[in-house]
Structure formats: C-alpha cells, structure tokens
Design a protein around this ligand. Sequence first.
Ligand code: 6PG
Length: 477
Amino acid sequence: KKASIGVTGLAVMGRNLARNLARHGHTVALHNRSAERTRKLVEEFGDEGEFIPAYSAQEFVDALQRPRQIVIMVKAGEPTDAVIEEFAPLLEQGDVLIDAGNAHFADTRRREKALRERGLHFVGSGVSGGEEGALHGPSIMPGGSKESYESLGPLFEDISAKVDGEPCCTHIGADGAGHFVKMVHNGIEYADMQLIAESFDLLRGAAGYAPAEIAEVFKTWNTGRLDSYLIEITSEVLKHVDAGSGKPFVDVVEDAAEQKGTGRWTVQIGLDLGVPISGIAEAVFARSLSGSKPLREAARGLGGPSRAPLNGAALQTFADDVEQALYASKVVAYAQGFNQIQAGAAEYGWDIDLGRVASIWRGGCIIRAKFLNDITSAYAEEPGLPTLLTSGGFRKAVEDAQDSWRSVISTAVRLGIPTPGFSTALAYYDGLRADRLPAALVQGQRDFFGAHTYRRVDRPGSFHTLWAATDHSEVDA
Ligand code: 6PG
C-alpha cells in the first residue's frame, strides 16, 4: 500500500500534522533529515494510524501514491529551498509540494513559479494553531493552483478544525495567497494581543484591579461578543500565580515582548501596498519599544502626570468602558487587516473570498473568535464592502461604543498610561469619517517646497502655485 501524503521535517509541528493525518485514516509517509525522529515517531505513535517510515528521499518518494503530495515542515528560508531541491528532481508531472511553514509569501511566489515551470505544483499553506492545533485541528490556508487543491483539499479539510460542521480550511488563491493571508492573520494576532494587554494595563493602572480580578473580568467578557481564544488564555495567564515567589505570574515575567517576524512582515507589506494598518503597526512597535532596554532604562525618570486614579462613577463603569474600547479597537484592527488582504489580492491577482477567510479563522487558529461570524455575515451582506466599519452591525456597535472608547483613551492620556493600540484605532476611525483632512495643507506644503503639484476640489487637472511670485498665481502643471 502506498501513502496518500508524506510529511518531511518531523519536529513538533510536522510530527503533529503527520499524526493528525494518520488519526484521520490517511496513510502517511514519514521522512526527516535525521532518521532518529522518524523512528521515534513510529515507535511512540505508530498505533495511531498507518505510517510508512522512509529513510532516504528516494524511498520517501517511492512510498507515495500519485499525484504525490509532500508536506514540508522545516524552518522558513534556506532550509525550505534545500528540501525543495532535494525532492523536486525525484518528482513527476503533477506532483504537489506543500510548504506548511511560516514562509514569506514573496518566497512562495518565487518557488511556485519555478516549480510550475518544472511541471510541479507548489502550495504555500498557512497553518495556524500551534502544536495543539496541528494535532487536533488547525486552521489551514492553502494557496497554489486550483488543480493542486483537488487532491490536497479533501485531506486538509479532513484534518482541520471544524466549526458548525464546516472545515476551517479553504483554497485561498493562487501562488502566495495562502501565506499572505497567514501573514495578515499573524498581524491581526499581534494587534489583538496588544489591545488585550492595554486593557489589562488600564484596569490595573487606572482602576487598581489586581491581576486575578482582571482574570475574572476577562472571563466575563469571554461570555459576550469578545468571546475568543486570546481572551480565554489571557484570563488563564492572569490567574496564574508564580509558585516560587507567590507573586502573580505577570509580575515575574520580564516585560519585553519578543517576535519571530511575521508581524513585522505584515507591516512592511502594508507600507508597500499603501494600506494603513496602523493597529498592527503599533502592536509591532509596542513590542519593539518593550524590548528596547537601554532606551527604557535611560528614559525611566522622565516626568509624567500625577496619577489621580479613578473614583466614583468613572470607576464603577470603567471595566465596561474598557470592554467597549477593546471591542471598537478590535473592529478597527480587523477592518485594517481585511483591507490589507483586499489590497494584496488586487496587487497579485488573487481571487480571495474575504468572508470565507473569516469563516476558516473561526476555529483552530490563534485569533479564533465568535466575532469572525459577524465578519463573514458582513461580507455576505455586501461582498464589495470597502471597510468592515461601514457594515450595518459593526457600524452600530462601534458608534455605540465610541463614548466609552473616547473616555477610556482620555483617562489613559490623563494618567499617562500608554495605549498605542486603542489610540491609533480611534485616530483611524476619526480619520476615516472626517469630511476634510489636513492632508490638503500637506499638499500645499509639498507644492511650496518642491513644486509637487496638487489637485483641486472644484475642477480637474494638476496645479502648481508660483509661491515665489508676489501674486502667488496658479499654473496648470
Ligand atoms: C499561529 C501563530 C504562529 C506564530 C507564533 C507567533 O498562527 O499558530 O501565529 O504561527 O509563529 O505564535 O509568533 P511571534 O513569535 O512573532 O509572536
């Protein structure tokens, strides 16, 4: 019997994906650079399903039924190219290589093109949900050709998470579309995490809640519209008390957030595409600031406001106000992320169904949340929706939240508590809804110092004002 799929790279993510496939009744060929991991997987988990261990590239390829489907789960970058070069020469027309790591979509586009020219399919697939997700059901975002999805789709849908009986896996679009969407997923993940962290900081700094009390607040929020995996785990983290010191766990962890780079990619590409994803950008910058040790050390004594914490009615409603601010900011962050996917699709010619993307993020992935149902509905009601903020449900919810949102940010400003995520989200909201922006003045400045020209509101064409002339006369540019 031959295997219906193979996995090469059997570190924890690859191992768990292979086990997940086998547990679903698929025969899985196994391969790893060092034989030890392959042997160990079969030894420890061989009874979970059918595995065919292979100890050379040729043996691995021979173990697979056609079209061969090989999932590559190695480090992004050069190791991925090396593995592709190891297998591609052994494959035949129509075989499918799948990169399930966190590759940059530009690399995926390059690889897909090169392999297509050699008659092979290359699928860059986002996989979210960490080790547990890989084993029990991740959210899967495969790109590549439609043809490759015919054989791969049923397998991936089978092992993905399910919500309301629907698989959290869909064909995203051609070449790098899957990795692009996974990248934006991670950017949104950063924004979501930052907003939740700011909520914690405000509840503690402005209202004096203890971490364990905040854990309870989050637990309550998790029964409402903010119901999500990230709120749930945040509550767990806040509840946790460090065994050694007896202190809240959050107080013994160094306050420098690290990053592997996918959030940074999202922002870099956002800049390239000209999409204002300020919520994601602030989240990435907040991590950078937190990690700038010498800078923070040097600035520690800088003056701030005297902190008169909240009391009375403001204190009473504060947790509810923060919930509103978090919700509204979250809508903005997602609206920006979905706009980035839209812009990427336009730039690279991908046909991406935004409502479907939201629906496959409902389960398995890190940003899984009830809220994503509302995004799917918003795009179902209006497929060409320019921004989630103008869709019926979100529009009303954000309008209703805005008084609290503004008041929470004023409190933060007054007390000197940094809320880059909340603040940038509100600035974006106010910027979008403005009748006139001061950008007109910026155009004037550009025209003054660089003759960069401007357009007018009252007639078509490009114009330049002769700023050096005494009469400041205007000419067609
Ligand atoms: C997922 C996650 C995962 C990511 C890290 C986060 O969807 O399962 O997004 O893919 O690599 O969890 O990365 P940072 O180290 O950048 O926070």
